[in-house]
Design a protein around this ligand. Structure first.
Ligand code: GLN
Length: 284
């Protein structure tokens, strides 16, 4: 079978199994076939009339079948690109999202290029911590996750990418840290979805760990806890930057203000929705 035929067959199969409007059958088929052939997606366009070897066709078919059952493409490929870094993924952590790149961009824009100690709470695959560390070689970045497998995965990602100004530790948010530790920057993409949200029944989210997604108090519990406790670990003038649900911006700003943070602002994600809120621990 030719490459272009293999692709259009797979697209038809994946489109039939699409569960919601977030499905991307063309992209998924291309990513899976490019992976099997060890080529880029653009290569597929150029060489659509080439034959797919039977062994490759079999492997491709097996991946398409798993994708038909809903398995995330990132799991099938074994990695997901985040801020230009190919990160290994696993069922123990959230799959890195493009929306979270907004948080990384804000941190890079607001903070100086050196003398920054940065802390990423609930680091998962290490995505945010690794992006910050690789973009800012002079920063010292710490990533913390409560899940041991996440810490192992994040460490593996750091090693594979040769990023050395980052370290990962297991702990429940701040609990692994000595009380005397201070950071110029604390970032987090904590769980923030309400348990009854229908979003949890759609796409990749169905397969990801609930503990990385769901929080109590309408999804606000972890955000509120972080706003409270980060105060004890921020330097004077230090920044707290939080990812949150697109309808939680107002509640997060209010919580920051009442906890005594200043210079509070919210940034929008790629879809134009409120996604990341910034608070500065007062400088005087
Ligand atoms: N933004 C993710 C989603 O909507 C959720 C991430 C999170 O809960 N921290 O799927």
């Amino acid at each position: 079978m030719r490459i272009d035929q293999a692709l259009s067959d797979a697209v038809a199969r994946l489109a039939r199994h699409a569960t919601d409007e977030t499905a991307t059958p063309h992209l998924d088929a291309q990513l899976l076939l490019a992976h099997v052939l060890g080529r880029s997606r653009t290569w597929l366009y150029t060489w659509g009339d080439r034959e797919v070897e039977p062994a490759e066709a079999k492997r491709f078919n097996a991946l398409v079948e798993r994708r038909e059952q809903g398995e995330p493409v990132a799991w099938l490929l074994g990695y997901r690109e985040f801020f230009g870094l190919p990160l290994a993924v696993s069922p123990h952590t959230l799959i890195p999202r493009p929306d979270t790149e907004t948080l990384v961009e804000q941190a890079l824009t607001h903070m100086p290029a050196s003398d920054v100690r940065a802390l990423d709470l609930g680091t998962g695959s290490g995505a945010i911590a690794l992006a910050l560390a690789s973009e800012r070689p002079d920063w010292q970045v710490t990533g913390i996750d409560i899940v041991a497998e996440a810490v192992t995965l994040a460490q593996r990602n750091a090693e594979t990418l040769g990023i050395t100004n980052v370290r990962f530790e297991q702990g429940d948010f701040f609990s692994a840290l000595a009380p005397s530790m201070r950071f110029e920057l604390i970032v987090s993409n904590p769980p923030y979805i309400d348990a009854s949200d229908e979003h949890l029944g759609q796409g990749d989210v169905r397969f990801e760990p609930r503990s990385a997604l769901v929080a109590g108090q309408d999804g606000m519990a972890d955000l509120l806890h972080l706003i409270e406790t980060a105060r004890d670990f921020l330097t004077v003038g230090g920044w707290l930057m939080l990812e949150h649900g697109h309808q939680q911006g107002e509640a997060v700003r209010a919580a920051l203000t009442s906890a005594g943070y200043t210079t509070v602002g919210t940034c929008r994600d790629l879809g134009g929705r409120e996604r990341v809120t910034l608070g500065q621990w007062p400088s005087a």
